[in-house]
Design a protein around this ligand. Sequence first.
Ligand SMILES: C[S@@+](CC[C@H](N)C(=O)[O-])C[C@H]1O[C@@H](n2cnc3c(N)ncnc32)[C@H](O)[C@@H]1O
Length: 211
Amino acid sequence: MKEASTRKIYDIQSIVYDYTFGKLVKKRIRLAIEHMKIQPGDVVLDIGIGTGGALPFYPKHGKVIGVDLSSGMLREAKKKIEEESYDHATVFQGNALELPFEDSSFDHIFISHVISVVSQPELLIREAQRVAKEGARIVILNHFLSTNRFIAMFEKWANPLCQKIGWRSDLALADIVAKTQIEIDYRYKLRSVDIWETVVTTNNKSALAVA
Ligand SMILES: C[S@@+](CC[C@H](N)C(=O)[O-])C[C@H]1O[C@@H](n2cnc3c(N)ncnc32)[C@H](O)[C@@H]1O
């Protein structure tokens, strides 16, 4: 999946995103942000912030920076910032695979429904590890390939269709962990049967040297 085509897909989706997928994932996003335990003065990077569905849930005592490829998605995020006076938030266009930030800049990183959208998921994680401070929380919310053989077969079968709408359904969390050495503290689903999962990790800079 190439970034140029992804940008076009999400420019189009930006018109309906908040009324469709954005609605479905709101509660998960709110809870995932609570798990970051953002303290006064903390700086959070939201990678692939999209239409800014997460913005209402970031405490105003921290600072939020959002990046996204799609100008259409960012237009919606900027509207929210202006209309709701989210003065603690800034968004701009950028590629998650080449983040324009110095090493160790952020206290928390949120990656919500983006890791299965980018062309190189491992590179996205490595970039997050690089720009996050040592010990920072990196929280990933996403769908991952099921460990149930039959469900996984279906997810692999559905993958070509999912790719047409901007994401892949065959991304295995175990592969990401093996390739990036990311340290998972815990992971949870909202319901016992749920296609989305929240993965809470702590940044360990030594993983960058190994990966
Ligand atoms: C499914 S949406 C998720 C939006 C939001 N994070 C959420 O959970 O509602 C995926 C977002 O990732 C963005 N994206 C995809 N590839 C990206 C990249 N390489 N760099 C930055 N953003 C990217 C898309 O433009 C889109 O806004």
